[in-house]
Design a protein around this ligand. Sequence first.
Ligand code: 5GP
Ligand code: MN
Length: 338
Amino acid sequence: MQDLDAIGELLQHPQTILITTHQNPDADAMGSSLGLAAYLKKRGHRVTVVTPTDYPQSLHWLAGNSDVVVFEERVRTAVTQLVDEADLLFCLDFSSLDRIRELGALIRQARGRKILIDHHLEPESFADLSLWDPTAAATAQLIFRLIVGLGHKDMIDVPMAECLYAGLMTDTGSFRHGSTTGDVHRMAADLLDLHIDVSSIHRRIYDNTSLDKLRMLGYVLNEKLVVVPEYKFAYITLSAEELKRFRSKTGDTEGLVNYALSVEGVVMAAILIDRGEEIRISFRSVGEFSVRELASAHFNGGGHRNAAGGRSRLSLAETEDWLLSVVPRYQQQLAETV
Ligand code: 5GP
Ligand code: MN
């Protein structure tokens, strides 16, 4: 835990603190941000969570949600003021300010000290202090380590524990990804000792799907899932028109790519989504095959070995063609992946 002591030192005195996280925040982004916010407020700091975009309704139950400021043009002045006032700016669950766009540009020139807490590979070196561990299963795990490391485990209450559990549960795929270690389970056990209702948390996050999203899933599985057996590859494309047809909201496309990866024999999957200003691509893989390498070499992106993303300025059809021209270069590696 690189700068734990230095961070502990800064938190000895009341500070004005801004916490931010990546765009389209998921449960780890929001759970770790709101869990940290609750802890820092309990210690007497002035804390605001600012997200670069909105996030799914299924996360709105997290403690402190109603105080979150979602960055958009009409609150630019207020957010600029928050950034200017902040003594400390915690950046959670992302490693590069470029990935949070306009908010990133504001934060880059902030006077306050920037503290990165993250588990992604290769952080950009914008932070003054960091708790960075790419082997951590979730940023929520690093927040837990921070609180415990500062000797405040007893300050973790039920709302905080629910936030941290939500992040840990989702980033480990409900405790089944390779990142699920003994430490992950020990943290979960500590949170469970506070009598949080894990089945309710699971239900609030996963069994909370809008009918529009389910109908889109049905459509995608029936009409849009393409399997390319010779490369053990499956992919999905979604046009802007299709998103509109199913009244798709933030987070509604989350997880679709996993259906492509779940096809028997498939070891790499992608989803290409037309977001208007660009095509966003999510990649998933199993085993040794690195979609991070593929995303950074051909799609101006990055991420983890088995979960990565990228973008393209071509049309959806052209991006699909480009992807289909890139994948055969990996045929040997894909063939060897099980
Ligand atoms: P997702 O497909 O869920 O959006 O992203 C999967 C993983 O890849 C996440 O850990 C995310 O941070 C990372 N990722 C997605 N897009 C990009 C990108 O454009 N650049 C980098 N460096 N990482 C990305
Ligand atoms: Mn995370």
